[in-house]
Design a protein around this ligand. Sequence first.
Ligand code: HEC
Ligand code: HEC
Length: 210
Amino acid sequence: MQNKLFSRAIFSLIMLLLPNFVSADEAAIKAGEQKSMICTACHGIENSNNPEWPNLSQQSKKYIIEQLHAFRGGVRNNALMSSQAMGLSDQDIVDIASYYNSIPSKKGEIDSSAKNVELGQSIYRGGIYDRGVPACMSCHGPKGLGIDRTGYPKVSGQHSVYTLNRLKNYKEGYDDRNSVSKNYSIMSGISFKLSNLEMKALSEYLQGLY
Ligand code: HEC
Ligand code: HEC
């Protein structure tokens, strides 16, 4: 009886709060649309204008928030991007992340010059057993959409040039991986075991995945 009453109370509380949650989210998306005007100069809305600049549409909200904090705090560095994050408040970051997360991304397309898509697919789906490389799919999902709750990013439909840069960065950052973040450390430990050709193959495969 006690329990039943308790769960009913919790249920009513949730119902009471729910509409607020929804509208708070919508408000964040609207505010984020305004605040991201300057970002679209490089990142576009669905797709960015340069293969070295990542697409942000439909990206995990949690992941975007974490990366913007990392750029702002100097933990992640990039000549073009770091200064962009400096002026953002915590609220700006949440709003912008909500906005980009709400935009459905474009279908990915494999570059016609990509040669190693099959190798990429086999590692993405099955990993590399001998070297203890886990299947990428186990964290990034069969369609590469990531898992928002854990901050595992969407990797599908991304420019292969950007993805390759990023995988190389994780690999090169191996010695300092633990000082960046837990998630960085996970991905760094994986990239460290990949050859240059394998990273290239994965990047080409991911660009066309959707
Ligand atoms: C002058 C071009 C430029 C502008 C303007 C810009 N960015 Fe970036 N952004 C970049 C580049 C380049 C990278 C990739 C950095 C790297 O390779 O590590 C990046 C990376 C990012 C990432 C990491 C994405 C990922 O998948 O890891 C996020 C998030 C991001 N930018 C958000 C923003 C936001 C929000 C704004 C506006 C406040 C903005 N950017 C404005 C160039 C830009
Ligand atoms: C155990 C879970 C896990 C597995 C398995 C995994 N990843 Fe990741 N991956 C992550 C996490 C967590 C991050 C975010 C790291 C960070 O915060 O910098 C990430 C980030 C990435 C990024 C950066 C995306 C961006 O927008 O910058 C790429 C690319 C990527 N992973 C590709 C791969 C590939 C390719 C494989 C398989 C060889 C793989 N991942 C396997 C957890 C995983």
